[in-house]
Write a protein that binds this ligand. Structure first.
Ligand SMILES: NC(=O)c1ccc[n+]([C@@H]2O[C@H](COP(=O)([O-])OP(=O)(O)OC[C@H]3O[C@@H](n4cnc5c(N)ncnc54)[C@H](OP(=O)(O)O)[C@@H]3O)[C@@H](O)[C@H]2O)c1
Length: 335
């Protein structure tokens, strides 16, 4: 069984701190960091460093796998990667069943994807323990989120949801009512954790201020071509896990020449490099795949590691790109 440690170094590292002095800090934890899946310590001097150390019981970078988890603020654990199901409408139940049999444990859905009934069917047919599957689903911004939780449960045919998100902020306000509805659903045991999606920092601040409740997760578009250190640092500081949606850029950047060169160097596909980048960052990718060969390929990411130098190269791809056709939704409008 995987053991996960969310290890937060809250020393006030200034931005100027050198890699050398970080290495000294690292010395103290050498036995842990030697096999840390996430190499942020060496490369990014940041004020707050969050390092997810995975599988501390097994020691070894390669031992991170689909059963590895990250810990949420609540103490509950979430798999390190999952399966997205937007447009996964071709043989949904069959495909999700195939994914579960391959070892996928986190499935992302939403009331508006039309995949909840198929996912529920797949879980039942797989005959796996409900506790071993992690379901993320969502309420729309126009919903009564409490009632939506109940109808999602019905569609899934489950008696609890692991993580329920506000799909996107409403047109006005920060979604305080939606948040209250999710808090109520959690209090009644209908959901285990609650979070948001497509939220900016200031909107999360407003929710937190109104309720005292910090989201467990912000699910946002996230790939080397489009991400935000500001958001990364904010989430690390608050203990919010980033779930990375459209991590494959909906295929749009898979032919990028720089990415292809890197993929060739590692003998991996561009998609695998994008997924692995997320894993090493400690963000949780949820690539969607309807095709079996894609489902298989996307989990063959635990037998290699991207070097620190190449992580930096990938980080340099950032152009705040959004494959959804507009700018990254969580960036502050003025930014
Ligand atoms: N919260 C939100 O607002 C929000 C928004 C967008 C997405 N999401 C979630 O995040 C999930 C993932 O994002 P996404 O579906 O937008 O895009 P994505 O995962 O970046 O890309 C999915 C596309 O990549 C293809 N693909 C998968 N594996 C591949 C591989 N190894 N090589 C080449 N192509 C591959 C898929 O093809 P096939 O299907 O043909 O295999 C599909 O066309 C969604 O399904 C959804 O669950 C959430």
């Amino acid at each position: 069984m995987a053991t996960d440690v969310r290890f937060v170094l809250e020393e006030s590292f200034s931005n100027e701190i050198s890699a050398r002095s970080i290495s000294k800090q690292k010395g103290e934890f050498a036995s842990l960091l030697e096999f840390a899946a996430f190499g942020v310590v060496e490369s990014w001097p940041r004020r707050v460093l969050v390092i997810n150390l995975i599988n501390t019981s097994r020691f070894g970078l390669m031992s991170v796998d689909l059963t590895s988890t990250v810990q949420l603020r609540s103490g509950n654990e979430m798999p390190v990667m999952g399966l997205g199901t937007w447009l996964l409408t071709r043989d949904t139940a069959e495909t999700v069943l195939y994914a579960i049999n391959l070892g996928y444990r986190l499935i992302d859905t939403s009331s508006d994807y039309g995949t909840q009934p198929g996912i529920g069917e797949a879980i039942r047919r797989a005959g796996v323990d409900r506790e071993s599957i992690y379901i993320t689903t969502k309420a729309e911004e126009t919903d009564d989120s409490y009632l939506r939780t109940i109808s999602n449960l019905k569609e899934l045919g489950l008696n609890y949801i692991d993580l329920m998100l506000i799909h996107r902020p409403p047109a006005t306000g920060a979604g305080e009512d939606l948040w209250e509805g999710l808090i109520k659903a959690r209090e009644e045991g209908l959901v285990r954790d609650i979070g948001v999606s497509n939220y900016s920092i200031s909107l999360m601040d407003r929710l937190i201020e109104a309720s005292g409740e910090i989201p467990a997760v912000n699910q946002i578009e996230w790939s080397p071509f489009g991400y935000s250190w500001k958001m990364y640092d904010y989430c690390a500081d608050k203990g919010i896990v980033i779930q990375a949606y459209s991590p494959l850029t909906r295929t749009r950047r898979l032919n990028d020449e720089k990415l292809r060169r890197l993929a060739k160097k590692y003998g991996k596909s561009p998609a695998q490099i994008l997924i692995r980048w997320n894993l090493q960052l400690g963000t949780v990718p949820i690539p969607k795949a309807n095709q079996k060969r894609h489902l298989e390929e996307n989990i063959e990411v635990f037998d290699f590691a991207i070097s620190e130098e190449d992580m930096n190269l990938l980080n340099g791809f950032n152009e705040y790109y959004s494959s959804l056709g507009w700018s990254l939704q969580y960036l502050e409008k003025a930014a």
